[in-house]
Design a protein. Structure first.
Length: 215
């Protein structure tokens, strides 16, 4: 995935991202770091096709990214910071709905749901409503959904913020497994240890980016 000279602003305000460029190849893991308000979420949303750059471009699989529908069609998966789960559904239903919407058959959706929740240590929570889950369990459910979708690009926003040390390491291992599968993985984090374990680190300050470590 390629981000080339991207500027992003909300409305008529000052740009939140200023001339940001980075390339993440299949098999690589990129950590996006920086203080709160630096533009990490804005960058991921732009790469997911939710926000449109005011200048510059985002390319996925060699094509300029048009919008979120195009990103989904090109298998760009986003795990948002707020988890994006439907509170009225169970953990398992949240995964199954996303998988069926992506074209997976119901039997395969049930199988992939069980496998993904098991990988995140959530097999016992499959039939629990999201509102009954702890913050950490909700976060892991959202990650399980993102992994089940098996995207070519996985964008994950602060996906370890609610997790204890054991589950944090489990999630980081799974993100690296996604890269080993061939996905390009990008995740925003405040965790310097998590960032240090990645192939690349893009540091944002006041919307400007610096590649502080290259693989």
């Amino acid at each position: 995935m390629v981000v080339d000279g991207v500027f992003v602003a909300y409305g008529d305000g000052e740009p939140v991202l200023r001339d940001v460029s980075v390339t993440v190849e299949p098999g690589q893991v990129l950590a996006v770091t920086g203080p709160s308000g630096a533009g990490k979420t804005t960058l991921l949303w732009t790469m997911a096709g939710i926000l449109r750059p005011s200048a510059g471009k985002v390319e996925v699989a060699g094509e300029p990214l048009r919008d979120r529908d195009h990103a989904v069609a090109r298998k760009v998966v986003l795990v948002p910071q707020d988890n994006g789960l439907a509170a009225i559904l169970t953990a398992g239903e949240n995964l199954q709905v996303a998988l069926i919407a992506a074209g997976v058959t119901p039997p395969d959706a049930r199988r992939l749901t069980a496998e993904s929740l098991e990988r995140l240590g959530l097999a016992q929570q499959t039939d629990q409503l999201v509102e009954e889950l702890s913050g950490g369990q909700q976060q892991r459910t959202a990650i399980a959904r993102g992994l089940a979708l098996a995207g070519d690009v996985l964008l994950a926003d602060e996906v370890t913020s609610e997790l204890d040390a054991a589950n944090r390491q489990r999630v980081l291992d799974l993100l690296h497994e996604e890269a080993a599968r061939g996905a390009a993985v990008l995740f925003a984090t405040h965790d310097p240890e998590a960032a240090a374990a990645c192939d690349l680190e893009l540091h944002l300050v006041d919307g400007q980016a610096e590649l502080v470590r290259a693989g």
